[in-house]
Ligand binder design. Structure first.
Ligand code: DLZ
Length: 204
């Protein structure tokens, strides 16, 4: 059924030449896992090669901006040292710190090749009884926006800010008895990363 919400009719972009990073939080892992699967499937459907998708995790959503920044900076360091692309001087910390972060769970070779064309940040915040939710949601939203504007890399906003768990199950497409109700927003985030990554190579 047609709906007013959403990004409109899907247009396909070629992801075969793109390198995409995903950083996800682990809080609320059932919902996170489904969103991650949705994002990965959309990337694969657009032709992004498995070896060009790098996935890192952090404990909670609050850690997302730092991790996205480090992931992108590390790939920039490697690229500039191999002469592929210039440095992102404003973003960089010490090169050894960045390399350490980059090597934490995946082989260096898979992470440190060329800079990412886009990075997807995925987190699930569920409102509790205190103001914690509001502070984290606000800080993470601003942090991610800052990174994409200052770092000149598209950062896809995959942060769900939910009033309850049911809203998350719906938005991950795993609600209901059959665990298949709702719409998986991770899929939209994967498509957004490919579109932005592809357009970034040729804005006119
Ligand atoms: C502490 C906390 C709480 C209460 N709730 C969530 C949540 O719903 N979603 C989420 O991603 N993270 C949560 N966290 C963890 C914080 O994001 C963060 O990891 C810790 O405060 C440590 O910095």
């Amino acid at each position: 059924m047609a709906t007013l919400k959403g990004p409109g009719a899907p247009k396909s972009y070629d992801g075969s030449g793109l390198r995409i990073g995903i950083v996800h939080a682990r809080w609320n892992s059932t919902i996170i896992d489904a969103l991650l699967d949705g994002a990965k499937k959309a990337l694969a459907d657009a032709g992004v090669r498995e070896e060009n998708i790098v996935i890192q995790s952090v404990p909670g959503s609050y850690e997302l901006p730092y991790a996205v920044k480090q992931m992108y900076s590390a790939s920039q360091v490697q690229s500039s040292s191999t002469g592929v692309v210039g440095a992102a001087a404003d973003l960089l910390g010490s090169a050894s710190d960045l390399t350490q972060f980059a090597s934490s769970s995946q082989p260096k070779d898979s992470l440190l090749k060329t800079p990412f064309d886009a990075i997807i940040a995925i987190g699930v915040l569920i409102k509790g009884e205190t103001m914690h939710f509001e502070y984290i949601a606000d800080a993470v939203s601003h942090g991610l926006m800052r990174i994409q504007l200052e770092g000149n890399v598209p950062v896809v906003f995959g942060l769900l800010t939910l009033l309850n768990e049911e809203q998350g199950l719906q938005r991950a497409g795993i609600a209901g008895q059959g665990k298949n109700e709702g719409h998986n927003h991770g899929s939209d985030w994967g498509s957004a990363a490919v579109e932005l990554g592809a357009k970034r190579k040729g804005w006119v």
